[in-house]
Design a protein around this ligand. Structure first.
Ligand code: HEM
Length: 402
């Protein structure tokens, strides 16, 4: 049984637990239930609201005035509970502060700064892929999806090479603690004492390579655009939001092609579709499945009154497969028009790192298109059970070289 849906006073309520093992193992049937229950649903288990239809999700993300991020983008309400870390100056902050920090990050991640990274990313992709292809059959998470972003992204931010596995533990903390205090939350936080001081130290100016993106953030502080203490927190944003997400997106990409070999052949026939293919991957297997907003004032959604300071679960994963928006949404199709997918969010908080993530994945897929004739699964992929991210932890594949 998935759940019961009831209506009281015209309001749909559901017992669905979006943080349960059943939901996280296979969210799609639950997404459908949430979408079908109504435009907005009360999740009785947690006393929060949920939106899963594209028609509600997209405008909500574009209305930061009413649906704020300052109360945190997880289930915990920072107005009522203290968070385990100082809030992010981007993700967990509203304007006017957000406008200031975001403009600094937009400049640091400007197209000319990112263009410089492409060649190096491509070379690292080729090196890792050639090594994997020598193995023939391998775990695509261990050989490609994890080591590649863990090399190129922290290099770009300016981190020294040692201890980078701690970034995985840190990302796990950041994203799993957006859920309730369940087994996934506790497991992620068990490494906090070891990881937090390391992350804080690595965000210091003296720890960052000259010429890196991290140093660019400190230059903005020298220019007076933010304080030096804020610069450290902005560098932390790179490390919080930029590692796991990209690793999981790349793993999802390889899984999509291994499970849909005809789509891989399509991409090989027309390699100019690499970027479009990534957008379809983001829609189809959305890595950052859901996050929250907090109402800043009393409002309504689809005629349902919502009080101020209420938490709303926003399922971008469900919106990205909403049949009201997408034709045949359960089909992975790299030729689909994906404009408007919400895999990187939308509105003022839309992912600030989306261009660098695109370059990372594009360079790996390009290297693969050039070198890999076919990809097949050689075993059952193992799913990650995670409060907010969707990914595989093991992806046994055989890649046949061209
Ligand atoms: C494929 C990989 C990625 C995915 C799926 C992803 C997803 C997202 C999503 C959905 C949001 C919006 C959250 C919200 O509205 O509350 C977001 C925001 C953000 N992302 Fe990404 N992201 C990715 C890669 C990156 C990278 C590489 C970086 C680092 C440069 C990054 C940094 C951020 C930051 C700092 C924010 C907060 C932006 C703001 O609030 O203004 N992300 N990301």
């Amino acid at each position: 049984m998935l759940s019961t849906v009831e209506r009281n006073d015209g309001v749909a309520t559901s017992e669905i637990d979006p943080f349960s093992r059943a939901f996280l193992s296979d969210p799609y049937p639950f997404h459908e239930q949430l979408r079908e229950a109504g435009p907005i649903v009360r999740l009785t288990r947690y006393g929060v609201w949920a939106v899963a239809r594209y028609e509600q999700v997209h405008p909500l993300l574009n209305n930061w005035q009413t649906f704020g991020s300052g109360g945190g983008v997880g289930i915990s309400n920072f107005h009522k509970e203290k968070n385990w870390r100082p809030p992010s100056l981007l993700l967990e902050t509203d304007p006017p502060k957000h406008t200031q920090t975001r403009s600094v990050m937009n400049r640091v991640l400007s197209p000319p700064n990112l263009k410089k990274l492409r060649d190096g990313f491509y070379q690292d992709a080729v090196r890792l892929l050639d090594r994997a292809l020598e193995l023939g059959s391998f775990d695509a998470v261990a050989e490609l999806a994890q080591p590649y972003p863990l090399k190129v992204f922290p290099d770009a931010v300016g981190l020294a090479p040692d201890g980078r596995e701690r970034l995985l533990a840190y990302g796990d903390m950041v994203f799993n603690t957006m859920g309730p205090k369940n087994e996934f939350y506790d497991a992620a936080m068990s490494k906090a004492a070891e990881v937090m001081p390391w992350v804080t130290q690595r965000c210091e100016r003296s720890a960052l390579r000259p010429g890196s993106l991290g140093q660019e953030v400190y230059k903005a502080a020298d220019a007076g655009d933010v304080t030096h203490a804020e610069a450290a927190l902005l560098v932390r944003s790179f490390l919080s939001a930029g590692v796991d997400t990209t690793i999981y997106a790349l793993g999802n990409a390889i899984l999509c092609f291994a499970s849909n070999p005809e789509q891989w052949q399509r991409l090989r026939q027309d390699p100019t579709k690499v970027r479009a293919a990534f957008e379809e991957i983001m829609r189809f297997e959305t890595p950052f499945q859901a996050f929250f907003r907090t109402t800043t004032q009393a409002t309504e959604i689809a005629g349902v009154p919502i009080e101020a300071d209420e938490k709303i679960y926003v399922s971008v994963g469900a919106a990205n497969r909403d049949p009201r928006k997408w034709d045949d949404p359960e089909r992975f199709d790299i030729t689909r028009k994906t404009v408007g997918h919400v895999g990187f969010g939308a509105g003022i908080h839309a992912c600030v790192g989306q261009m660098i993530a695109r370059i990372e994945v594009e360079m790996m897929l390009t290297a693969m298109v050039e070198r890999v004739a076919s990809i097949e699964l050689t075993g059952t992929p193992e799913r990650l059970l995670h409060n907010t991210l969707r990914a595989t932890t093991k992806l046994p594949v055989r890649m046949t070289p061209v």
